[in-house]
Design a protein around this ligand. Structure first.
Ligand code: ADP
Length: 547
């Protein structure tokens, strides 16, 4: 791909002439240094997870050249971020902040409005500002990855854990404000943040939580990372999944290191699904389940080996159920249908008593089997789960992408109550529509207590226009069909943001009208990430941008 010339020149921001753009770029170069502003005029390279582009969505669902920026800017400090924001207001150029841009499956580093200037915060702003051992917390800049935070804690030999998502290369801050999840007891990343520093769309600097109260003699507030709200409305939430500000640093609570024991339970029949969900609910609500466990369909046991689909099945249709069954029968999981991955925490006595309860509850489902990591081969996926569930970042989950040539993926991620009746409806919609569109169904349910994130990983060949169209068609129909039954997504790829936001329409779109009121007040020129999460500034509304 390196040698393929761009079919289009630099994609200009909307309503901007080449002259005005050139002048604006020259000004920005003067403001933050010529070497920190790079035009997006080279051939686009999709790269891979660790060498991901900040020029476009590497997992393109539309044409590779559709979701592109015009240039990338690399501010080196909060005050440079402020000056970029002021520049954007003066030049009326949309900007799109990313922390590291590894938001794979959700749009990567691509802006929603083509031709925006991507503000890549992570490249130069990657300091771990503080690790407070007594408070078990840290403060990080956008460019701090899970690997970097983990390594620093190891280097300093601190008795603390981080919480990492499936892949450890992303930004701690970026993932939290996109409300991503991990798998230790502190897996809800946004819920475990404490305090933010935010550049508002007019360039003003804001500290949320206790950070709003100045510390003695100009120091940071001593309770900033101890108490999440402050006084008055709790404002942090509006800076997650939004386009209301650029977060330049953020505090997080860390977990104390502890004993841990991962395990796997298999269930024989597809029809066990409702019984498994019913067994999970009380265990999750009573917090007997230690972490955010995962329930996966057995099809994923084939996939996580890292072997391609062609190894298992020569057809191009989804792998038939009986073929999955035959393969599973020869694998450590055996001929089963559902696989539950959990981890318990604490001292050995505590872990044993929790596991006794868990085993006896799941044993009520006929034919279920319980495994410890030591019962399974060294290359089995459970060993990578055990690392993630004890706060060690890994990259194993990239193996998903061996499934197809040129593989990319989308996530369909609705929320369901932890109740068989509801989970069944969402699951059946997925079964029906994956079949209709000819995709393998890879559902993973991340259990957080009263709800489960049902995450279907839709893997497609990005060299095939047909498959891209089908994957997008599948997404659109999944979103609509689920919303008809009352279920909505917690997060989505930027291309489906309008549709998903549109499903949250109770009382004549009261929620979106509320968001638009905030947007117009904070960002009257509409420069910050227009369209992000379906929120369009006044300037863009009703002009055909919503898709
Ligand atoms: P990661 O590297 O963890 O995958 P990204 O940097 O891709 O995370 O962030 C995910 C999304 O969250 C971005 O596309 C952007 O919309 C938003 N985002 C990320 N970092 C910031 C930030 N510091 N301020 C505002 N929005 C951000």
């Amino acid at each position: 791909p390196e040698s393929v010339p761009r079919r289009r020149q630099v994609r200009l921001p909307p309503d901007t002439t080449q002259d005005a753009f050139d002048t604006a770029i020259a000004t920005l170069r003067r403001d933050i240094g010529a070497e920190n502003v790079v035009l997006n005029d080279r051939p686009l390279v999709d790269g891979w997870y660790l060498e991901h582009p900040n020029t476009h969505d590497a997992f393109h669902v539309v044409d590779q050249e559709d979701l592109v920026c015009s240039a990338v800017a690399y501010p080196g400090s909060t005050s440079e971020v402020q000056s970029v924001v002021k520049w954007a207001n003066e030049c009326a150029i949309p900007i799109y902040p990313i922390s590291m841009g590894r938001n794979v499956g959700y749009g990567g580093s691509a802006p929603r409005v083509p031709g925006s200037v991507v503000i890549d915060l992570g490249k130069r702003m990657h300091k771990i500002i503080n690790i407070d051992v007594e408070n078990a917390s840290c403060v990080v800049e956008p460019g701090v990855s899970y690997f970097a935070l983990y390594e620093e804690i190891q280097k300093r030999n601190l008795p603390l854990w981080i919480d990492t998502p499936d892949l450890g290369g992303g930004s701690v801050l970026g993932n939290a404000i996109d409300r991503g999840v991990g798998y230790t007891p502190m897996g809800d990343h946004f819920a475990n943040h404490c305090g933010m520093e935010v550049v508002l769309p007019n360039g003003e600097l804001l500290r949320t939580g206790m950070g709003a109260l100045p510390g003695k003699d100009g120091s940071d507030n001593p309770t900033w990372q101890s108490f999440q709200p402050s006084y008055g409305p709790y404002s942090d939430g509006i800076f997650s999944q939004s386009n209301f500000g650029i977060v330049t640093s953020m505090g997080f609570w860390l977990m104390h290191e502890t004993g841990h024991q991962s395990y796997m339970i298999t269930f024989p029949r597809d029809e066990d699904f409702p019984a498994i969900v019913e067994a999970i609910r009380p265990l999750a609500q009573k917090r007997i389940l230690g972490n955010i466990p995962q329930l996966r369909h057995v099809a994923q046991e084939l996939n996580v080996t890292g072997l391609p689909k062609s190894h298992w099945y020569s057809g191009s249709s989804p792998i038939p159920r009986d073929i999955i069954r035959q393969h599973a029968a020869r694998m450590p999981c055996g001929d089963c249908s559902w696989v539950f991955y959990g981890t318990q925490y604490g001292d050995p006595t505590g872990i044993k008593s929790q596991l006794d309860i868990i085993k006896s509850e799941f044993a009520k489902i006929k034919g279920s089997k319980f495994f410890l990591p030591k019962d399974l081969p060294v290359d089995h996926y459970i060993h990578s789960r055990a690392l993630v569930c004890s706060g060690v970042p890994v990259l194993r989950e990239i193996d998903w992408l061996n499934w197809k040539p040129n593989a990319a993926h989308l996530f369909f991620s609705p929320i369901t109550p932890t109740r068989a009746e509801d989970a069944q409806v969402v699951h059946e919609i997925n079964v029906r529509l994956h079949k209709k569109y000819g995709f393998d169904l890879f559902p993973t349910l991340c259990v957080a207590g009263r709800e489960m994130h049902y995450i279907a990983n839709i893997i497609y060949d990005r060299a095939s226009e047909d498959e891209k169209r089908s994957a997008a068609g599948l997404m659109r129909e999944l979103i609509a069909a689920s919303a008809n039954e009352g279920y909505g997504e917690y997060r989505t790829h930027i291309l489906f943001a309008d549709q998903v936001a549109g499903t949250y329409k109770w009382n004549n779109n009261a929620l979106m009208r509320f968001n638009e009121t905030i947007k117009d007040a904070l960002d009257p020129n509409g420069i910050l990430a227009p369209g992000r999460n379906g929120i369009w500034p006044r300037k863009y509304r009703g002009k055909g941008w919503e898709i």
